[in-house]
Design a protein around this ligand. Structure first.
Ligand SMILES: [Zn+2]
Length: 68
């Protein structure tokens, strides 16, 4: 287990990657921090009140992990 790698990891999300015409991008240290922000964005910007399984999968598939 490489502690340094874990500490440096961050998660990036581009709304565009879910198929939206949207420039929204966000990054966070933990995926758990990212999800509620993405959900809030979907609600406020795209009027999606409930995130269905299809969108959940697209969001999950769009979150990219980076190590630096
Ligand atoms: Zn968006």
């Amino acid at each position: 287990m490489n502690i340094k790698m874990v500490r440096m990891a961050s998660y990036h999300f581009k709304c565009r990657d879910t198929g939206m015409e949207c420039p929204y991008e966000i990054s966070a240290r933990k995926a758990e921090d990212l999800i509620p922000k993405i959900v809030a964005h979907e609600k406020s910007e795209h009027g999606i009140d409930e995130i269905g399984d299809d969108l959940k999968q697209r969001i999950n598939g769009s979150i990219k992990r980076r190590f630096f």
